[in-house]
Write a protein that binds this ligand. Sequence first.
Ligand SMILES: N[C@@H](CCC(=O)N[C@@H](CS)C(=O)NCC(=O)O)C(=O)O
Length: 257
Amino acid sequence: MLKLYQFEACPYCEKVRLLLDYKQLPYEKIEIIPGVGQLDLWQKSGQMQVPVLQDGDEWVPDSTAIARYLDATYPDRPLLPIDAQQRGLCLALEDWADTSLGANSRIVMMAAWVQHPNVRTAALPNTTPDWLKSMVGALPGEFASLLGSSLGMIRPDPVKTAQLTVKQALESLCLMLRDHAYLCGEQPTLADFAVAGMTLALKVPGQQYVELPAGLCGQGIPGLADDVNYQAFFDWRDRLYTDYRQRRDDIGGDDIS
Ligand SMILES: N[C@@H](CCC(=O)N[C@@H](CS)C(=O)NCC(=O)O)C(=O)O
């Protein structure tokens, strides 16, 4: 069986999980422990980042390389269009999603995390004691921002720039999807799954799809995921999940958000 070495919360790993589910290829997830686990990964794959796909003796790091490998090895349900212009557009959109959209979504998510007490406490593991949740929720926003900047995660200007960039990205995605079911036409392609993966941080998929803290699943960044101007995009992404993402078989129920 295919093995996916991953971090559950990594957008590039979510992109690959979407690709594998679309192609209806069963796989086993192997959660990597940051640090120690990455050293092991380096020995096996020659680099330390996730995602890495193992297919027998074949080790494939990098989500884009994994997509190309999957199409070459398992050609059913192709990820790239045949038409030259559509194919070029698909590859360019994938690269844009992996770089600009992914990086800016992460900055926006970090900013929301430090500024909104609810988002901060939701990110804590389910087992966190109530007293610690209250303490984290009660931290003043300025202190949390300072903590964020001192860790080199965010600074005020990059956050504003990232927010504007993500808003424009969501606007362009809504426009691209207005008259078409998917980004490159009427069939899903690599571009759609890259965009869906990279926006994981803007609105976390439901618990029926991802193994993340219950308080985070289904939660969106306030001011983005609940903005009616971008509703068409989040509705489209929900449909993509309903149609193609495999539901977790270790939990039951239809109404888990
Ligand atoms: N270009 C890579 C990017 C993968 C990536 O940035 N992975 C992050 C997690 S989201 C990672 O492994 N970070 C750990 C590190 O760099 O040590 C891809 O498309 O797969």
